[in-house]
Design a protein around this ligand. Sequence first.
Ligand code: PHE
Length: 449
Amino acid sequence: MQRDGFKTRFGILAATLGSAVGLGNIWKFPYMTGENGGASFLLVYLLSTFLVGLPIMISELVLGRTAKANAITTYYQLPKKNKNFWSLIGIGGVAAAFLILAFYTDVAGWVYAYVYKTITANILSTNPEETSKTFGSLISTPLTSLFWQWLVLGVVGLIITMGASKGIERTTKKLMPLLFLFLVIIVVRSLTLPKAKEGLLFLFSPDFSKINAQVVLLAMGLAFFKLSIGMGTMTTYGSYFRDDANIPATATKVMLADLSVSLLAGLAIFPAVFTYGYEPQAGPSLLFITIPAIFASLPGGRIFMLLFFLLASFAATGAMLSLLEVPVAYFCESKKMSRTKATLLSIAILVALGATATLSFNVLKDVKFFNLNFFDLYDFISSNILLPVGGLLIALFAGWTWGKEKIFTTLSNYNTLNNQKIISLYYFVLKYITPILVFIILLKGLKLF
Ligand code: PHE
């Protein structure tokens, strides 16, 4: 049977970008930047993106394309020795996909709910208390928040059953361009708010006293999360790449576009935070309580807010497709399930696991591990442990085990691309800089030494 894959160059870019751009950019990036000191956090984040994120993304894409297989099979098939050890990368990846989806579908549910709320009621207000109340009542009602999560799972599951080209590629090709357009419109609005300057200063002037080992780990974890690396998503997508795709160029474009979306999201949110007296440290609720204020004093504000949450739902959906594709591709190829069955099984697991995350804001709110509820725990374990460890192993495998020659031939598409210099630079960083940085940041950040 012929393996499905992305058909066009634009489709490859859109799907990969669709994976990278998501709630990580629109929801996580602004609130984490807000909680951890603004510009200094941004700087560490940028360094992690260039020195850790990009090299690992290129590696995953090329390994996946070479193996033409799901994440677990890729890391079993490519090594000549210690196959079982390396395939742990894929196994950890499938576990990470479920953990991330468990809380991600919850947040995506809030986004879908805000689309609905914006249409059916007037929830715009510049009063922090009021917008916090609207958000609070959504997450504290068990059945309502579960309902939205299930809806999200249904939508994502449906698209996934259609396959890589007809489902993922076709959807993301339409959604990605719209997302950019909407975001630019919203930023223009936000930058014309009275205290826009304070928001910009917060985002762009660094306060280095806020940086410590934990913050560095958080920034690196965010880079992993945002670029969808360290867990086999990019490996799986790489396996759908055409053989003539220019991987270093595609990865660089995706990284830059992903960065722009995050910065745009920051530019959209922080001017409003300062204009209306919100707390930049509001945490995960930041997006949901500030956006209704941005548009409150604007003619046609409700339409703009609708655009914004639609956009966020597109971004979230594209990212969830790529997360769900990791286990689904594995179940189909290695367990010989049909796509529908593989999807149903994954969704069933997520209904159960996801409920623990969603209910951690209401019925399960007193259940804590290391002082974290289920939602925060899944987030912490995936972003700050599983993805960096996976990324470290991928860098070690690509840089030290797979071999220089394979890297050079595959990344140059068997010498049809004239990109030897770029590959040399990538290879050097991947081999000597990326693994050392990840290793030290992990140990220090987790206080292991
Ligand atoms: N990159 C996605 C986002 O920013 C999330 C994601 C993480 C997707 C890991 C796939 C794998 O929202």
